[in-house]
Structures are given as structure tokens and as C-alpha cells.
Ligand binder design. Sequence first.
Ligand SMILES: C[S@@+](CC[C@H](N)C(=O)[O-])C[C@H]1O[C@@H](n2cnc3c(N)ncnc32)[C@H](O)[C@@H]1O
Length: 292
Amino acid sequence: MGQLKLFDCDTTVKPVNVASVPMRSPFRYPGGKTWFVPYVRKWLKSLDSNIELIEPFAGGGIISLTAGFENLARKIIMIEKDEDIAAVWKTILGQGGKWLADQIVNFEVNLENVQTLLSLHPNSTKQRAFFTILRNRLHHGGILAHGSGLIKNGENGKGLKSRWYPGTLKKRIMDITMIKNKIKFIEGDGLDVIKKNMDLSNTAFFIDPPYTKAGRRLYKYYNIDHEELFHLAGNIRGAFLITYDDAPDIEKLACKHDLELERVLMKTTHHTKKYELVISRDLAWLRKMQGD
Ligand SMILES: C[S@@+](CC[C@H](N)C(=O)[O-])C[C@H]1O[C@@H](n2cnc3c(N)ncnc32)[C@H](O)[C@@H]1O
């Protein structure tokens, strides 16, 4: 039976055009889900518009932000364990958005200024937020995990500044402050928050955990109990959608917990093609989307 289910799960679907997705996050996030936004829109529109959306592994938060800006959920809860990322969300969704935006536009990016600033220990949450945005925009691949370093050559010979767009970042941050009343941020463990809220009916979970293969290189916190996550997901009362890297162990876990699985084609930043897994109790909306 388990063997049969594995074959049932093995379906491949086409990519969608993501050119129209607005970039709303101040982060350039490794493993970020901007490319997945058209799918999440369809998913959330297939649910009751009065739902609360919970994103237990928020990272750069593009899914929560999109739901907030496009009124796809009544209320949104974002959770993130990394203290640096958390500092950014606490600052923008608290009282510090304008302060952070001003720091960004007033900072002159050059190697000396950046090295001097990043050698300091932040003395407040909002300063930690500023240092995090700086590292995220000026590090290779936006990677904040231990061992990552500053961009040297960058795009078009622009070196360190190749991903530093202060005016755009300011606008994105100020836009988020306009919808901050819809979004609650929790610094903590995503699995704990799922456990505490899994009995709620009018709730949808968008679950994008650290990847099994690349997680160690990309994130400070990469080690989660994937088996436990599937166990919890199987007991969620409302809706949920899980995305993962295309790993055979994850496919087996989905089948073991009797969940539906589809492969979705994404294009990486290097324009290579790669599949990711989408897992849920019911993926009829996704299959319909692929058939459209
Ligand atoms: C794949 S990324 C999420 C990317 C996000 N969907 C986006 O579009 O930017 C996974 C995130 O989970 C965070 N994380 C790792 N372990 C966690 C935990 N136990 N609880 C909450 N967040 C965690 C990582 O720091 C990382 O930001």
C-alpha cells in the first residue's frame, strides 16, 4: 500500500509566470518564496476569506506580506527563530520602521564604513535590525549564516553596492508599516506555534521549513525535526500548505502521513530549472491551476 501511494504522489506540474509578482520584502532571502506567490494566491483564494494565516518559518516573509497587502487573510502571524531576522520584523512591525528606513537611506556604503559598522555589537533591537539588513544586502546570496561574507565583485562591476537599493528598501519598509496592524510577529519556534494553534478551524498554515539539503549553508537555524513537522501537519484542523526541496525522504514522509504531493518547477536565480515539492491535504486547486 505504502509503495502504491509513492507512485500516486509522483506527479509533475508546469511552472507559472512570476514576472508580475511585486517585490515587497526588504530581504533578499535565500530560499525565498517570491516565485511561489501566484500559487499561494490561488490557494488562499480557494479558502474562506476570513481565515487567519500563520507562517511558522517566516524568513523574508514574502508570503505573509503578500497576504497582508492583497487582503488574502483577515489576520497574519509570522514566526521566525533567527534573532537577527526577528529584530528586523520586530522593528518594522513595531515602532521602528521609519527609523530603520532613515538609517538605510542615510548610510554611505563603502568597504570601510561597512566593516566598521559590522564590527560593532548592536546595542538595541532596531540597531540589530539595521545591521541585519546591511549584512543581508551586502553578503553573497543574502546569506546570514555563519561563514558567509561580503560581495566583492557584484553585478555590473558595482561591487559591494550591487544589491544596495536604499530608496527601494525605504519604500518597501514604509509600505509594510502601513499594514502592520494586520500582522503579528512572534520570535520563537515555528513547531511550537503550530502545536499551540493546530486545533483552530479558521486558520491556514503556510509552512516553508529550512531545506533538508541546503539548509545548513543558508540558515543559522537549519536543523528541525521533519518527522515531527509532518506529524503535526497531519493533525492540523484547518488548511495547510508545505513546501520543501525535492528530497526522497520528504516524499516518503508525505506519503506516510497520507498527504497529497505535487512537484512544481521553479527557475533559480541562475536561470536553471529545479523542482520543489508542494504538500497538503488537498491539492485540487493546484492541479486545476496547472490545467488552466
Ligand atoms: C526556507 S526559509 C523561509 C523562507 C521564506 N518562506 C521566504 O520566502 O523568505 C526557512 C526559515 O526558517 C527559519 N527557521 C529555522 N528553524 C526554525 C524554527 N524552529 N522556528 C522558526 N523558524 C525557523 C530559518 O531561519 C529560515 O528563515
